[in-house]
Design a protein around this ligand. Structure first.
Ligand SMILES: Nc1ncnc2c1ncn2[C@@H]1O[C@H](COP(=O)(O)OP(=O)(O)OP(=O)(O)O)[C@@H](O)[C@H]1O
Ligand SMILES: [Mg+2]
Length: 234
């Protein structure tokens, strides 16, 4: 039997803000996500969504508990291997776009391919195709500061997709988009999911969440609810 892509077991994350202020951002969270699922994570501001996403993406380690990615305990993976795994397998769209400033949209999207050691001409071709897919073909030479918020978010989505990752983690990918761009970005995630990729998407918007197949609601570091999306027949 193949293990779930994501297997979070009793994971807690605490932040020590000062000696006597401790924030428990995640409190013994357990959840599993199988290959090919499309999951929306909801919850009020501060409920632990981004913290969970950072752990799922191996950008941060739990304070306690176990996270298995593809059956491997992440804490046991050497840092170099982890960086490699992140780069090859996971596409991130961050809540704040995290584009490299003073660097064109095209170069931003090429960046993960450069890390992966892909040749310059192939890099260019794939980055242009990814930017075209998010409707940004006519802005490839623009710097992030020369793009609107929605356009920057679309470049960030292109950057997440360009490596063809099997797991896509997106933190509020449509938070800054108008309804038309939201539709375009969601259509893209749906297509990627149909092609077999696992998609985990954080959103505040109920209608965005219901377009996934499964909805997990966090509250105060706990899983409050884990159900099928409204449009999915049980
Ligand atoms: N580096 C940090 N140091 C201290 N506390 C933190 C840190 N990062 C997050 N927190 C706290 O952990 C809790 C969860 O934060 P998190 O960013 O996961 O929330 P969120 O659900 O993503 O919220 P939002 O919807 O506003 O993005 C919050 O109370 C936050 O203040
Ligand atoms: Mg957040």
């Amino acid at each position: 039997m193949t293990p779930p892509v994501i297997d979070v077991h009793e994971v807690s994350k605490t932040y020590h803000v000062t000696d006597d202020i401790v924030v428990r951002a995640l409190d013994r969270v357990s959840l599993q996500i199988a290959r090919g699922e499309y999951v929306a994570i909801m919850g009020t501001s501060g409920s632990g969504k981004s913290t969970l996403m950072h752990i799922l993406g191996c950008l941060d380690a739990p304070t306690s508990g176990t996270y298995r990615l593809d059956g491997h305990v992440v804490q046991d993976i050497a840092e170099d291997d982890l960086a490699d795994l992140r780069n090859r397998r996971i596409g991130f769209v961050f809540q704040s776009f995290n584009l490299v400033p003073r660097t064109t949209a095209l170069a931003n999207v090429e960046l993960p391919l450069a890390y992966a050691g892909i040749s310059r001409p192939l890099r260019r071709r794939r980055a242009l195709a990814a930017l075209d897919a998010v409707g940004m073909a006519d802005r490839v030479g623009h710097l992030p500061s020369e793009l609107s918020g929605g356009q920057q978010q679309r470049v960030a989505v292109a950057r997440a997709l360009v490596t063809n990752p099997s797991l896509i983690l997106a933190d509020e990918p449509t938070g800054n988009l108008d309804s038309r761009s939201t539709d375009e970005v969601l259509a893209m995630f749906e297509r990627l999911n149909r092609e077999g990729r696992t998609v985990v998407l954080i959103t505040h918007e109920q209608d965005v969440a219901e377009r996934a197949r499964r909805v997990i609601r966090l509250g105060d570091g706990h899983v409050l609810e884990d159900r099928l999306a409204a449009g999915v027949a049980a």
